[in-house]
Design a protein around this ligand. Structure first.
Ligand SMILES: [Zn+2]
Length: 66
């Protein structure tokens, strides 16, 4: 039996530092609401968690991580 892929979801965050949206490659300014990938049952390391801007999230929602 293979390990199931870690189930993920997107959670809203506000960052104190600017970061890049991995979907549209745009800068997400500091203090702007964006969405961060998070493991549902297991902790996902912050460094590998993908970030998405609110615009991409409003267009694609959870399909961004499907
Ligand atoms: Zn984006």
């Amino acid at each position: 039996m293979e390990e199931p892929i870690t189930q993920r979801r997107l959670v809203p965050r506000q960052s104190t530092t600017p970061c890049l949206c991995i979907s549209c490659n745009k800068m997400i300014p500091a203090n702007e609401l964006h969405y961060v990938e998070e493991g549902v049952h297991a902790h996902l390391h912050t460094l590998i968690a993908r970030r998405f801007c609110s615009r991409c999230y409003s267009m694609h929602g959870e399909r961004l991580i499907a």
